[in-house]
Design a protein around this ligand. Structure first.
Ligand SMILES: Nc1ncnc2c1ncn2[C@@H]1O[C@H](COP(=O)(O)OP(=O)(O)OP(=O)(O)O)[C@@H](O)[C@H]1O
Ligand SMILES: [Mg+2]
Length: 233
């Protein structure tokens, strides 16, 4: 069963190789990382060096080629696909680098769908979805589809969707990458509040100023941890 551990996420000697034979590309190379419960971690590093891959593997969206990932002490590969999908929907809020909003659904419906996956009835889901859009400053855009939203607005809908089921863990891939400085500051303030409430946040960012909001900065290079430091140290 689950080991009690201060680490809410544990990545142990994980490698990830995409493709096979001559086309094989190693995205992660025996990487290990423990994320303490309630901590706020920024993941930085050059383009193409494995940050998104790491985040997706942490969230059970992709499987490692070797090594283990533990969520609350439970090794993800021991879960069946339905159990894994349910755990993800309830425990983890994920913001994709490319947002991954469903293009034929409105902003509101994108969030309602996430709520439905998390087990909320559609009636309570509607009010909550509006509140979530409001929390990212987009209540007035609820009925627009992603193509009618700017990149930064789509990003904020993606953040609101990630928060839908009140997850303990937020995994965010470049959540501020498309935002102007005012929206960026608003989002960092929102993340600060979520962190203060005890959420664990792991966010990938290229922006050193954004990374400074986190308590810990992990630099990934060539699929390994190159540097791991706590803010202020
Ligand atoms: N689905 C895939 N199939 C094949 N190769 C992939 C796949 N996804 C990622 N890769 C490769 O794995 C490596 C790491 O990619 P990843 O997306 O994790 O980088 P990243 O650090 O997030 O980069 P960026 O900062 O540009 O987002 C890259 O060389 C990439 O080409
Ligand atoms: Mg990436």
């Amino acid at each position: 069963m689950s080991e009690t551990s201060a680490s809410v996420i544990r990545v142990a000697n994980v490698s990830k190789v995409y493709g096979a034979g001559e086309a094989a590309a190693t995205a992660l190379s025996e990487i290990s990382l423990d994320v303490a419960r309630g901590s706020w971690v920024a993941v930085m590093g050059p383009s193409g060096h494995g940050k998104s891959t790491l985040l997706q593997i942490m969230g059970g969206l992709d499987r490692p080629s070797c090594g283990q990932v533990y969520l609350d002490g439970i090794e993800l590969s021991t879960l069946g696909s339905a159990q894994l999908a349910y755990t993800r929907a309830r425990a983890i809020g994920f913001v994709f680098q490319s947002f991954n909003l469903l293009s034929h659904l409105t902003a509101l419906e994108n969030i309602q769908l996430a709520l439905w996956f998390g087990g909320k009835e559609s009636k309570e889901g509607h009010a909550r979805a509006i509140d979530l859009l409001d929390s990212v400053g987009l209540a007035d855009k609820a009925h627009l589809t992603p193509s009618a939203l700017s990149g930064g607005q789509q990003q904020r809908v993606a953040v609101a969707r990630a928060l839908a089921n009140d997850p303990d863990i937020l995994l965010m891939d470049e959540p501020t990458g498309n935002l102007d400085s005012a929206s960026e500051a608003d989002l960092l303030a929102l993340l600060g509040r979520l962190h203060a409430q005890g959420r664990t946040i792991v966010m990938v960012t290229h922006n050193p100023v954004v990374a400074e909001s986190a308590q810990r900065i992990v630099r990934v290079k060539d699929g390994r941890v190159e540097e791991d430091r706590y803010n202020g140290s």
